[in-house]
Ligand binder design. Structure first.
Ligand code: CO8
Length: 293
């Protein structure tokens, strides 16, 4: 059976708050999504979902966005006909700008805690997904955006030198949590991670390929067809063997967070609400604004 699925995570037209999720899960009982979204030909013998992140202007990960994202993911995970997921962006030039800085600036400790729990949830769900996950990185992907890509099984990036990817937290005066660090170290190794995290390195696509942060570069207009080709290869592997192998590789990292979740939330809240950190975030937000003037 062939199943096609697409999930659009969007923000409401009214602005940054109040996202909505438009879903077009095509199965026997559901309508197919529009043909322009079709990535996989009917010949593909298993189901694949394409998640287009569409949260203007930069797909930053707000609490609302993360909540919708996790709900969408959970539904796909429960759909046994869906074996693969491609995550990409509908926003020009940006895959995801990472965590929404406005969620970390000037917010109450309670709200910060709620936000951080949602960030953890996104990571736990994606890193532990049974599906084959491919990030089709068609734009810049700093910090939390990079983390999201790193949770996937395979990363294809658009070969556009102005795009960057990396865990640049130190540039904002903040520290990537241990599970961000672990996810990167699991991908590119300890030494590269240590240097990248201390310096807050943002890599262009060629550099990212060289250190193994991404697996493949393609011209931007070929990113979804490249994802389709890779997906076909991965779909040929029996699910149970691939899933057990994935779990064996990732479980220790996942367990480390699940057994420290509350403490990790408390750490985040204590850290992010400090006056000095709030000052750093404000300065960073001002830099982002000034870019335009
Ligand atoms: N959050 C909120 N708003 C953002 C963010 C963000 N992460 N990124 C950009 N914006 C806003 C800008 O302020 C701007 O707003 P406005 O239109 O009101 O002026 C708008 O989005 C568009 O931004 P740009 O003009 O900069 O868009 P460009 O297309 O030129 O560039 C980039 C896109 C490359 C994504 C650029 O915006 C950028 O570099 N953004 C900052 C990315 C970043 O540093 N993110 C880090 C977030 S922190 C994180 O993810 C992990 C934190 C871990 C916390 C651990 C604590 C213990």
């Amino acid at each position: 059976m062939s199943l096609r699925a697409a999930t659009r995570v969007t923000r409401s037209l009214s602005g940054r708050k109040g996202p909505r999720v438009q879903r077009g899960l095509a199965s026997r009982s559901l309508k197919p999504f529009p043909s322009t979204d079709r990535l996989f030909e009917p010949a593909v013998s298993a189901g694949v979902a394409v998640m287009h992140m569409q949260s203007p202007p930069v797909n930053s990960l707000s609490l609302d966005f993360l909540t919708e994202f996790c709900i969408g993911l959970e539904k796909l995970e429960m759909d046994k006909g869906c074996r693969g997921l491609v995550i990409t962006s509908s926003q020009p030039k940006v895959f995801s700008a990472g965590l929404d800085i406005l969620e970390m600036y000037g917010k109450s400790p309670e709200r910060c805690g709620e936000f951080w729990k949602a960030v953890q949830e996104m990571w736990l769900k994606l890193y532990g997904s049974d599906m084959i996950t491919i990030a089709a990185i068609n734009g810049s992907s700093p910090a939390g955006g990079c983390l999201m890509a790193l949770t996937c099984d395979y990363r294809i990036m658009a070969d556009q030198p102005r795009y960057t990817i990396g865990l640049n937290e130190t540039l904002l005066g903040i520290v990537a949590p241990f599970w961000f660090k672990d996810t990167m170290a699991n991908t590119v190794g300890h030494r590269t991670t240590e240097m990248a995290l201390q310096l807050g390195l943002l890599y262009n696509p060629s550099e990212a390929l060289k250190v193994g942060l991404v697996d493949q570069l393609v011209p931007e207009d070929q990113i979804l067809s490249a994802a389709a080709q890779t997906m076909t290869k991965w779909l040929a592997i029996p699910d149970h063997a691939r899933q057990i192998t994935k779990s064996m590789m990732r479980k220790p990292t996942i367990d480390r967070l699940t057994s420290n979740r509350d403490a990790d939330i408390q750490n985040f809240v204590n850290f992010i609400t400090k006056d000095s950190i709030q000052k750093s975030l404000r300065a960073y937000l001002e830099i982002l604004k000034k870019k335009k003037t």
